[in-house]
Ligand binder design. Structure first.
Ligand SMILES: Nc1nc2c(ncn2[C@@H]2O[C@H](COP(=O)(O)OP(=O)(O)O)[C@@H](O)[C@H]2O)c(=O)[nH]1
Ligand SMILES: Nc1ncnc2c1ncn2[C@@H]1O[C@H](COP(=O)(O)OP(=O)(O)O)[C@@H](O)[C@H]1O
Length: 206
């Protein structure tokens, strides 16, 4: 096999679009076989969150030490906090032939694209910007100022859509989940077909 590695799947999109919600639906579904890359963050734990399940919660000092030790595939500062993808688990997983799923903001996704151009990039978009604002307000976890800030960031983030392999509109959570799973399945078939063709041509060259 030319590429026995698992697929790196990157789900990104603006804050409040429903990345966390869709990701949870994906991992609650019995058909899902990907591994989830738990991120590290310096933000405060929200009610109901569990350290080591939702995120690995770190102090700023700990996070900066991990950056210095090159322990992240990517990291970004987002609304005054650090978020990053720990490198070891991702590499172990794909080297083991299993798919790894990253749910990250767009700046981090850009860094992953530079390091892993072969990854599969999926952009989750809201039906409209109004939906995004409603969802952020509805979630009720941020102050008005932070929501305003996130909407401004989202406008810039939406411009990055064209750099992705796929755009999925998050109108209905289960439909978005299903679309993402179908994209991954199709991508596996496609890569396998390319690999078979490549092998065939290489044999012909010999
Ligand atoms: N770059 C990067 N972004 C992340 C990572 N983990 C989470 N994020 C993103 O950081 C943003 C803020 O996350 P969070 O504070 O949990 O808020 P919420 O996703 O809006 O509920 C979201 O867009 C997440 O997708 C990561 O490891 N790296
Ligand atoms: N398809 C959807 N339709 C309606 N509300 C949604 C949908 N997807 C997510 N939401 C709601 O929008 C809010 C933001 O979703 P969340 O998953 O926290 O977004 P993100 O992780 O992208 O910041 C949450 O209150 C969530 O319940």
């Amino acid at each position: 096999m030319i590429n026995p590695q698992g697929l790196m799947i990157v789900l990104s999109g603006p804050s409040g679009v429903g990345k966390g919600t869709v990701r949870k639906a994906i991992f609650d579904h019995p058909d899902t076989e990907f591994e989830y890359s738990i991120s590290m963050t310096t933000r405060n734990m929200r009610e109901g969150e569990v350290d080591g399940v939702d995120y690995f919660f770190k102090s700023k000092k700990e996070f900066e030490q991990l950056i210095a030790d090159d322990k992240f595939i990517e990291y970004a500062q987002y609304v005054d906090n650090y978020y990053g993808t720990p490198v070891d688990y991702c590499i172990e997983t794909i080297n083991d032939g299993r798919d790894i799923f990253l749910e990250i903001e767009v700046e981090g996704a850009k860094q992953v694209r530079e390091k892993f151009p072969n990854a599969l990039f999926i952009f989750l978009a809201p039906p409209t910007l109004g939906h995004l604002e409603d969802r952020l307000i509805g979630r009720g976890t941020e102050s008005d100022d932070i929501i305003k800030n996130r909407i401004e960031t989202a406008k810039k983030e939406l411009e990055m859509m064209s750099l992705y392999d796929y755009v999925v509109i998050n109108d209905e959570v289960d439909a978005a989940r299903q679309t993402i799973q179908s994209i991954v399945t199709a991508e596996h078939h496609n890569r396998k077909r390319i690999e078979q063709q490549l092998r065939k041509h290489l044999l012909e060259v010999d």
